[in-house]
Design a protein around this ligand. Structure first.
Ligand code: FAD
Length: 465
């Protein structure tokens, strides 16, 4: 019998348990379904954002090429995934569908639906360990990162990485859409120029492994340098991991062979990704609602209720807040579809604490503009910064963007992304207004740091009382 492999955020052949199992059982029909219905089914609309769709186009193209080398093919369909897979099964006579387990609430539902109709074989492998399996001594899932990480490091004793399987083809291929006819790339306006420039050809498994090899040359400095946005000192694996062009286990195994603090810290970062998914499994709406009580309209300034607040949200999105490090980050996000981790924290904190705008507005903007926008990682990190989540820093801990900018030496990063400040010296660049050299075409600060701090603390105290 032909075996269907239903692909989603696992667009690779190596270390893919579903491909391996299918290939052992018979000829393989790999299929990707572009599904804008299932993620919009529930209370929240979680269709992929624009930047993710752009990135998906390239991921699918690369996987098609990789399958071509095996004389196989990627079948493309569009519609409600569970229905499309059922139709494909009846067209081809396939009875078994292999998938890597996905944990976003809408995919869990689709897996259940499909499992009731067909023989659905769920395999794991998109995370270091299957979410939900690492538990505390009393058998409950973890809500705090550090003990979770310690448990993961104890349990993981290396991984056997599955090689690319030998894939055989069915006697005849079912019909497929043409990727070029899917509207994953922008037409007019073409907002993807910055992303093309930033990423070049860095899509697909092969490019990911090449990039990772280069990163291995600097990983011994990762501990110190990963917080410096001007340096290219992190792996930039996040889009590859999000779309599943590499598995976290492949990266873990490579790092495991290196004995340096940087390599250990890198593995700890991979555990953050698993941790985020574990939180989503416990609280499927975590990315939609504050976990802690009391963070509703009473504390936030609501952009739907005030013209000025809406303008401030817009200024944040466009990188025109008057805080160079924040503006550089937001322009990097818009331009590249990606942002350095330290700056993600600074920009998120600015929206939440300085502008007192509900973190969910920021999460949605990131969702639409990041090429690595991930339901688990995005929501968990936004709630962490806002202090509303399970494992959060306190709301009252307010990041100071100007001193962060100096501390992490962001001068050249600002010069790159905020060209109107490019001529300022190393002192003035972090805060041109304070040095009396703000150019005319660069905005004044939306609010002073001291004033913003007081306002946030007052709102917090009022909310508590
Ligand atoms: P590296 O430093 O090289 O880390 C390696 C890998 O570890 C990353 O690719 C990522 O998979 C994982 N990782 C590292 N830090 C984190 C973290 N804090 N949480 C979860 N995984 C982590 N990451 C996403 O993949 N998708 C998102 O939508 C996302 N949204 C974020 C929103 C905010 C407000 C913040 C503060 C962080 C967010 N992150 C998100 C986490 C992190 O910023 C990115 O994973 C990282 O910047 C990607 O760059 P890199 O691959 O070079 O990271």
């Amino acid at each position: 019998d032909p075996q269907i492999v239903w692909l989603r955020r696992d667009l690779r052949l190596r270390d893919h348990a579903a491909f391996t199992a299918a290939a052992q059982a018979g000829p393989v029909i790999p299929v990707y379904v572009l599904d804008d219905e299932t993620p919009a089914d529930g209370r929240y609309d979680r269709r992929m954002g624009g930047a993710t769709r752009w990135r998906l186009h390239h991921a699918l193209g690369r996987l098609s090429d990789d399958l071509g080398r095996h004389r196989s093919k990627l079948i493309l369909r569009r519609g409600r995934a569970a229905e499309e897979i059922c139709s494909l099964a009846s067209e081809t006579g396939a009875k078994t569908v292999h998938v890597l387990h996905h944990y976003e609430p809408w995919w869990v539902k689709a897996q259940d639906e499909l499992g009731a109709a067909l023989d659905l074989q769920l395999h794991d492998g998109n995370y270091l360990l299957p979410p939900g399996t690492v538990t505390t001594g009393s058998g409950t899932p973890y809500k705090i990162y550090t003990p979770f990480k310690n448990a993961m490091f104890k349990i993981i004793d290396g991984f056997d990485i599955l090689p690319e399987p030998e894939i055989s083809s069915p006697e005849s291929w079912p019909e497929s859409d043409d990727l070029a006819h899917w509207d994953l790339l922008p037409s007019k306006p073409d907002w993807a120029g910055g992303m093309r420039e930033f990423w070049g050809d860095q899509h697909g498994t092969r490019a990911a492994m090449e990039r990772f090899d280069t990163f291995l040359n600097v990983v011994f400095e990762y501990d110190d340098d990963r917080n410096l946005p001007a340096d290219d000192a992190t792996s930039r694996m996040s889009p590859h991991l999000h779309h599943g062009e590499v598995s976290p286990r492949m990266l873990w195994e490579t790092m495991n062979r290196l004995r340096s603090d940087g390599a250990t810290t890198f593995r700890e970062e991979l555990v953050w990704r698993d941790f985020a998914q574990n939180i989503i499994c416990q609280f499927p709406c975590y990315t939609e609602e504050s976990y802690r009580d009391g963070y509703d309209d009473a504390i936030w300034r609501n952009p739907n209720r005030g013209h000025l607040i809406a303008e401030e949200l817009e200024a944040w999105k466009r990188g025109r807040t008057g805080y160079p490090i924040v503006d550089a980050g937001m322009r990097e996000l818009w331009g590249a579809g990606w942002m350095h981790n330290r700056v993600r924290m600074i920009t998120a904190s600015f929206l939440i604490k300085h502008l007192l705008i509900d973190w969910r507005h920021g999460e949605r903007w990131f969702w639409d503009t990041l090429v690595d926008a991930d339901y688990g990682s995005n929501g968990t990190n936004w709630q962490w910064v806002s202090g509303t989540g399970v494992d959060s820093s306190m709301f009252v801990r307010i990041m100071a963007p100007l001193s962060q900018s100096e501390k992490f030496n962001a001068g050249d990063y600002i010069r790159k992304w905020v060209p109107e400040l490019a001529d300022l010296d190393d002192k003035a660049i972090h805060d041109p207004e304070a040095h009396g050299c703000r150019p005319d075409d660069y905005p004044a600060k939306l609010i002073g740091h001291g004033e913003a701090r007081e306002r946030a603390l007052a709102a917090y105290r009022k909310n508590k009382s």
